[in-house]
Write a protein that binds this ligand. Structure first.
Ligand code: SF4
Length: 75
């Protein structure tokens, strides 16, 4: 089963809440957006890096495309 890498630039995030609304399986607001503990590989004040199952790609991509400041990158 494949996985995808998700990176949230928490410095760019303006805490608009769209990412957790569009894809609550992967994102949660904790001051700013971050990858949920379940999928987080590294989260600090500046960045949140996650390893997410392939099945959630569409969810993550939708959130990334909805972010007004392009703070979410999907690899
Ligand atoms: S959509 Fe972008 S700016 Fe809004 S909470 Fe998510 S990462 Fe932050």
């Amino acid at each position: 089963m494949g996985s995808i890498k998700v990176v949230v630039d928490r410095n760019k995030c303006i805490s608009c809440g769209i990412a957790p609304a569009v894809c609550p399986e992967v994102f949660v607001l904790e001051g700013k957006n971050r990858v949920v503990d379940k999928y987080s590989k590294q989260t600090d004040n500046n960045i949140s890096i996650g390893e997410v199952p392939e099945e959630l790609r569409e969810c993550v991509v939708n959130a990334a495309n909805s972010c007004p400041v392009n703070a979410i990158t999907v690899e």
